[in-house]
Design a protein around this ligand. Structure first.
Ligand code: FDA
Length: 305
């Protein structure tokens, strides 16, 4: 119920204005994002890579409405990839891209063209791109664009969301040689017709999907903070004989940092998803919707003012 309310608020421009101007916002936002500038993101990336973690950088922004906005976001990615390469942070750092930020909702061809330019820049910088997955109305389009990009840039990563009923089938399609697939639970408000609604059903689907990916031929990227799913991931790695460089765990910046270091200390590849930029509202609201403790953190920040 609370999750639904917050996710509905994440789409409201009125609530967005209220939250953005609230005095507490800075502290809360800084827990989850690296900062607003590319320099902030590079600084955080350097620290994380220095402590043995891999990184995927997300330039915040989604649902752009003009070609100029979409092109500006592409340019941000090109500059960031050049900076990562120049700073010797590749291949440890890659980038995550939301196609809706590149115009997917109004011009799919434009989104493909811009994503392709980002793949070219990533390849020149010696690293890779992963396409984030957004709400279910974009899944087919995102997987189609992924398939086209992978013809020339086969390491381009996909994201599949365990809460969608279709995802087991998508995992089977993508568990092939050379394919990189991030498996997450899913962060959007979705109707029962397309998505499991209970936490238990989502978790069970996650395990079924994980089994397909870990027993397949691709490179699974297990994105979760859930201790039970992480333990099952470790178990499946042993069961399917996957060495620590044949799959990875992924966690969000600011979430369970001790666990990130513990897993890395065990020898696993651990990639931290690091968002940066000024357009943080939708991202932050999805993080608040995921976990009541994040809301408590938010409330404490209000009280302390
Ligand atoms: P969930 O939120 O259900 O939490 C399960 C358990 O994990 C909790 O009970 C608690 O034990 C532990 N936990 C969670 N948060 C914690 C915290 N802050 N502190 C301590 N313990 C905590 N979604 C999407 O739709 N498209 C995408 O492209 C991506 N990309 C993506 C990349 C990466 C790297 C990650 C980690 C996640 C995504 N997501 C995503 C988000 C994802 O779908 C999901 O919403 C969140 O990861 C939350 O789900 P969890 O699996 O962490 O479990």
């Amino acid at each position: 119920m609370l999750r639904s309310v917050i996710l509905a608020a994440s789409r409201s421009s009125r609530v967005e204005r209220l939250v953005e101007t609230a005095p507490l916002t800075r502290d809360v936002v800084h827990r989850f994002i690296a900062g607003v500038t590319a320099d902030d993101a590079l600084h955080t990336t350097r620290d994380l890579v220095g402590s043995g973690l891999a990184v995927t950088l997300d330039h915040l922004g989604e649902d752009t409405v003009t070609p100029d906005q979409a092109t500006a976001i592409k340019d941000e990615y090109l500059a960031m990839l050049a900076a990562l390469g120049g700073a010797g942070l590749t291949p440890a750092a890659e980038v995550s891209v939301k196609l809706s930020a590149l115009g997917q909702k109004f011009d799919e061809q434009l989104a493909y063209d811009l994503a392709r330019q980002i793949c070219v820049a990533a390849s020149n910088a010696g690293t890779t791109v992963t396409l984030d997955m957004e709400d279910h109305t974009t899944t087919d389009s995102t997987l189609e664009i992924l398939a086209k990009l992978r013809l020339d840039y086969p390491t381009t990563g996909a994201v599949l969301q365990a809460y969608l009923r279709r995802t087991e089938a998508d995992c089977r399609e993508l568990a092939t040689l050379g394919s990189r697939v991030r498996l997450c639970k899913g962060a959007y408000k979705e109707p029962e017709s397309v998505a499991f609604q209970s936490a238990l059903d989502v978790d069970k689907s996650y395990v079924r999907c994980m089994n397909i990916l870990m027993s397949g031929e691709g490179y699974p990227m297990l994105a979760t903070h859930d201790p039970r799913l992480i333990a099952i991931g470790e178990d499946r790695a042993r069961w399917f004989d996957r060495s620590p460089d044949a799959f990875e765990f992924q966690l969000l910046h600011g979430v369970r940092p001790d666990e990130q270091l513990r897993l890395s200390g065990e020898g696993y590849t651990v990639r931290v998803y690091v968002p940066y930029g000024t357009d943080w509202y939708g991202y932050m609201m999805r993080r608040l919707a995921e976990r009541p403790a994040n809301l408590l953190f938010f409330a404490r920040a209000v009280k302390s003012r």
